[in-house]
Design a protein around this ligand. Structure first.
Ligand code: ATP
Ligand code: MG
Length: 420
């Protein structure tokens, strides 16, 4: 049997243009990657008659119908009941879904409305497509031997999780998927997207695996994707390219872990070393990045938000004469803040950040976006400046926190600073 899929997006807000149909885009890319033919995409509003018409039409020209949207508890969520009606099938309540939904509400401490139980109803004969991340499950249903129906909630994150965890293995086990796609992402910090793109330009012409650059929160990432018959074959295509790209990236490449804080955490753990931070312009942002990683308490001991100069002097031991002479945003103060927090908290490493986040407060000598970062460690302390320009307060703060982490990463990995 040749498989032809049709994606059916349900929701009046799609027709009104309130939201972009990103679910259809995602599913289209996934189907292409799996080698499943996909001939039609249909978008229809929350209207039972028109939806029923779409279902009948789709069933006449496709044998894999993939629905997103309209599984929720509200009266305009009518995908499930309309599908059942289109095949003259009744609905049946699944007691374990009732239990699952009840438990999810209890865990979140929220009261459950009676209409939430509507989500436990599925066509007679349909299997449940579990929803681990939300409340509305989907269905896996073959109303007749030549037709498979899958339904997903509209919420993109839920749809994607359910697609990856259940639908893809199902389609593969049925032998409907002829190909598999595997992606690996390499992350870079301290190199501009354009410079990296120039260095790895020849790889962009590679058809399989493909290599594509993306901006990544102030850093850059390269995604390597291979298509092959098996996962092992795809990985075999990726591995040599990954090694070559890592070599080209050198110290700017920090591997396949997306966040620098996690990479630094792993390095500190492996060396059994500890870290503390002294933050001025990031106001705790560095501590936040570090503590997003579970288990960070092992290596991250704490920090001092030294916003006012008096705090820099009293809690970090910054010399008030130096502070007066050089200004709070200076190499000398960054050095003293880093050494100060390291000494006072008794950690192996201390990081400091002091800068002008803007939009106000800049001068000709010290413009907005100027940030000094200090790193104190077992072999002494260094401080250096970076310049974010007037890209905005958010970027100055986010960028400097990550640059500070990146400098510590380089020291931990290579033993010396590679910054200028
Ligand atoms: P819920 O249980 O949240 O009501 P649902 O299955 O009923 O989920 P909808 O009510 O249709 O889904 O949509 C929920 C939200 O998901 C929408 O507000 C919208 O933000 C998003 N969404 C729905 N359909 C799409 C789509 N095709 N592409 C992208 N986002 C979508
Ligand atoms: Mg809804």
């Amino acid at each position: 049997m040749t498989i032809a899929a049709e994606v059916i997006s349900v929701g009046t807000e799609l027709l009104l243009g309130d939201i972009l149909n990103s679910n259809a885009q995602y599913l289209a890319q996934e189907l292409a990657a799996l080698g499943i033919s996909h001939h039609y995409q249909t978008t229809v509003g929350d209207n039972p008659d028109r939806l029923q018409g779409v279902i009948q039409h789709a069933a006449s020209r496709a044998n894999l119908l993939i629905f997103t949207g309209g599984l929720g508890p509200t009266p305009d969520d009518l995908t499930t009941e309309t599908i059942a009606a289109a095949f003259n099938t009744g609905l049946i309540e699944h007691p374990h879904i009732v239990e699952d939904i009840t438990q999810k509400f209890a865990k979140r401490g929220r009261a459950m409305a009676a209409n939430n139980l509507k989500q436990a109803l599925q066509p007679i004969g349909a299997d449940i497509l579990p929803n681990r991340v939300g409340t509305a499950p989907g269905m896996i249903w073959q109303p007749n031997p030549d037709l498979l129906i899958l339904t997903f909630p509209g919420v993109p994150s839920e749809m994607k999780t359910m697609w990856r965890e259940t639908a893809v293995p199902l389609l593969q086990s049925k032998g409907w998927s002829t190909d598999t796609i595997v992606s690996r992402t390499l992350y870079f910090w301290g190199i501009a997207e354009s410079s990296l793109a120039e260095k790895v330009a020849p790889y962009f012409d590679s058809p399989n695996p493909t290599v594509a650059p993306y901006a990544n929160k102030g850093g850059v990432k390269l995604r390597i994707s291979a298509k092959a018959k098996t996962e092992a074959d795809a990985i075999a295509l990726i591995t040599p390219i990954e090694q070559q790209l890592r070599a080209i990236g050198g110290p700017d490449c920090y591997g396949t872990t997306p966040t620098l804080a996690e990479v630094v955490g792993k390095l500190l753990l492996s060396k059994k070393q500890t870290l503390s931070v002294a933050e001025s312009c990031t106001g705790g942002g560095l501590g936040q990045l570090l503590t997003e990683t579970p288990g960070s308490s092992t290596y991250f001991w704490g920090g001092i938000i030294a916003y006012d100069n008096s705090v820099k002097v009293r809690l970090l031991g910054v010399d008030s004469v130096v502070l007066e002479r050089e200004g709070a945003v200076s190499e000398a103060v960054a050095l003293q803040m880093a050494s100060g927090v390291r000494d006072r908290l008794g950690t192996d490493w201390g990081i400091s950040i002091t800068g002008i986040a803007g939009p106000g407060g800049g001068t000709d000598a010290k413009p907005v976006g100027l940030v000094y970062i200090g790193i104190a460690g077992p072999e002494g302390a260094i401080a250096f400046s970076t310049q974010y320009g007037d890209r905005g307060r958010f970027w100055v703060r986010q960028g400097s926190a990550n640059t500070a982490l990146d400098q510590l990463r380089r020291k931990l990995q290579y033993g010396e600073s590679t910054s200028g």
